[in-house]
Every structure is written in C-alpha cells, then in structure tokens.
Write a protein that binds this ligand. Structure first.
Ligand SMILES: C[S@@+](CC[C@H](N)C(=O)[O-])C[C@H]1O[C@@H](n2cnc3c(N)ncnc32)[C@H](O)[C@@H]1O
Length: 182
C-alpha cells in the first residue's frame, strides 16, 4: 500500500457528483471500451461511485477494496445486481481471468511493482487496464497532496514493468489517465 488509504469517515465526499469534473464517466469508459459481457474488477472501489458507472456498461464487476467499511457504505446505497464486493488488497487479488481492470483516484494508494504484477496476473490475455488518478504534475487545488501522487510517466513505467502495454497515458490539469492491455 502507498502512503495512506482513504478515511471511511470521509466516505460521503466520494459520492459527490462534482468529482466528475476531474474524471467523467465517458472518459473512464473510453479507456477500456467495456462490452456487455465483460468481467471487470474495480480496484479500490470505495463507496462504488464509479463502480456503478462501470456496472452499467459491463457484465460482471468485482468491487475490490481493502476496507470493509467502504463495502458497507456501498451496500447501504444499493449494490447493482452485477456487482460483487471483494474485501482484498490489490496486491493479493483473489479474482482472475478478467477482461479488464479499472481504478479511479486510487492508483497512488497501491502503486507498487507487487500490486502491478498482481494486476497482470489477474487479467486474461489481452485484458485491458484503465487508470484515472490525481497526477503529481497537477495544480494541487483538489485531491491528495502532490507528494503523494504519481504522474502518467510513473504509471507507464509500473505498468510496462509488469508486462502491460500502454497505449495512451496523459497528464491533464489535475489528473492523469492511462489505458493499456496485457
Ligand atoms: C480515494 S478512494 C477512491 C474510491 C473510488 N475508486 C472512487 O473513485 O470513488 C481509495 C479507495 O481505495 C482503497 N484502497 C487503498 N489501497 C488499497 C489497496 N492496496 N487494495 C485495495 N483497496 C485499496 C481504499 O480503501 C479506498 O476505499
């Protein structure tokens, strides 16, 4: 795990729709182009804010989070029928043969070589990777402190070292996005 993990006492903040200003549903889905029968894991799913959007476009979604309190919040909100909460770390993913993994605003909390090796192991051949997170090159007006973040180039290196081919990686004003395939 990285520097810290998100405090469940602040979980309400994760359900604030103004977050789409930093990563929209359209941007997220364009990173991995989900099919209706895809099996997808959302890494660090939190209260399911973006998981709901992925679930609306995919077949089966594993909502992976290390903190059971986050799954509890998601259950209280209402889990879509095709979402299964999984309490686990990214570093020890208990799911496999995935068509895609996505992760929103969480890469900085799990960005290690071990975690990315686990991601690669969990993907089916040709499986897709979609990441969106706060960037170290950002303005720092919102999100975690700049020193806790990674830039797109850091994410590219960690992905490529794990055998994931990166097709697109961009730093924007406050966030980065990355898409790749195994
Ligand atoms: C900043 S929140 C983002 C939640 C969600 N992705 C979103 O955008 O609304 C980060 C979440 O990742 C989880 N997390 C952090 N490190 C993790 C790890 N190594 N494995 C699994 N979950 C992790 C935290 O418990 C927290 O719920």
């Amino acid at each position: 795990m990285g520097f810290h993990t998100f405090d469940p006492a602040r979980a309400d903040q994760l359900d604030d729709p103004t977050r789409y200003a930093y990563l929209s549903v359209d941007e997220l889905l364009a990173l991995f182009d989900p099919a209706a029968d895809d099996v997808v894991a959302d890494l660090g799913s939190g209260t399911g804010f973006y998981t709901d959007d992925v679930a609306a476009a995919a077949g089966t979604v594993y909502a992976v989070d290390v903190q059971p309190e986050m799954h509890e919040r998601y259950r209280e909100k209402g889990l879509p029928d095709n979402v299964t909460p999984v309490t686990a770390t990214v570093e020890s993913l208990p799911v496999g043969a995935l068509d895609a993994v996505v992760s929103t605003m969480t890469f900085h909390e799990f960005a290690t070589p071990d975690a990315m090796d686990a991601v690669a192991d969990a993907l089916a051949p040709g499986g897709r990777v979609a990441l969106g997170d706060w960037t170290r090159t950002g303005a720092g007006d919102a999100g975690p402190p700049l020193e806790e973040r990674y830039a797109a180039a850091d994410a590219v290196e960690l992905c490529e070292d794990a055998g994931i081919t990166v097709h697109r990686a961009e730093d924007r004003r406050e966030t980065f996005v990355l898409s790749g395939t195994l």
